[in-house]
Design a protein around this ligand. Structure first.
Ligand code: HEM
Length: 85
């Protein structure tokens, strides 16, 4: 089951798919169809380049502030499916 209730409109999609994170491997935040090349997914799992793991108070797996694995998995699937609106 998808735990996300994403509300993605055209503006948000455009922003997420056009911003390149210079500090995280010159990767797009969201690269449709390519979660492994999306800074959003990388950064929720581990530090990337000079950017610390996000959210900022999440350092180790299981920390209270970390995004739960099933949410990261759902985001990964959403991007893999094309990050549709
Ligand atoms: C799920 C929640 C969050 C996500 C998905 C997220 C995502 C990101 C991403 C993708 C970047 C890189 C932007 C870029 O390189 O252009 C970034 C940078 C940053 N975020 Fe977050 N963030 C989250 C929560 C937070 C929180 C709670 C804080 C602070 C309280 C925070 C503070 C920062 C800071 C300071 C940077 C710049 C780090 C640097 O490059 O030196 N973020 N975040």
């Amino acid at each position: 089951m998808n735990p996300l209730d994403l509300k993605v409109d055209e503006e948000l999609r455009t922003r997420l798919t056009s911003h390149v994170s210079r500090n995280c491997g010159d990767m797009l935040i969201v690269n449709p169809g390519k979660p492994e090349e999306s800074a959003l997914i990388k950064i929720l799992k581990e530090p990337c380049g000079t950017t610390p793991r996000m959210p900022i108070e999440c350092v180790n797996d299981g920390d209270a502030k970390c995004v739960p694995p099933d949410y990261i998995e759902a985001l990964t699937q959403w991007i893999a499916d094309g990050a549709l609106e």
